[in-house]
Design a protein. Sequence first.
Length: 90
Amino acid sequence: MRAAVHHQGIGRHTQEQILSFAEEDLDALVHVLGDRPYFCGDRPSTADAVAYGALAAIHLAPFPGPLQDAMRARSTLVRFVERMRERYWP
C-alpha cells in the first residue's frame, strides 16, 4: 500500500503537506459554495451529491483528527452537510 501511494504521488509528501493540500481544497469548496445553499444555486445538483459524500465522510466520521478539525472549522461546509442531511435524511 505504501508503494502504491508513493507511486500515485500523495505518499511523497509529509503529513503536514497532505493536510495543507486538504485545507486548500476545503477553502476552494467554501469559495465555490459562497453564500448559496447549494453549489449550483437554490436546488441540490449532482455536484452537491458528490460534495456531500466527501464532506460528510470527513465531518461525520466517528474518529477525530486534523482533517475533521479542518472541516469543522469551516462553518459554511458544516452547514452544507447539515442542510443536505436534513433534506434527504430527516
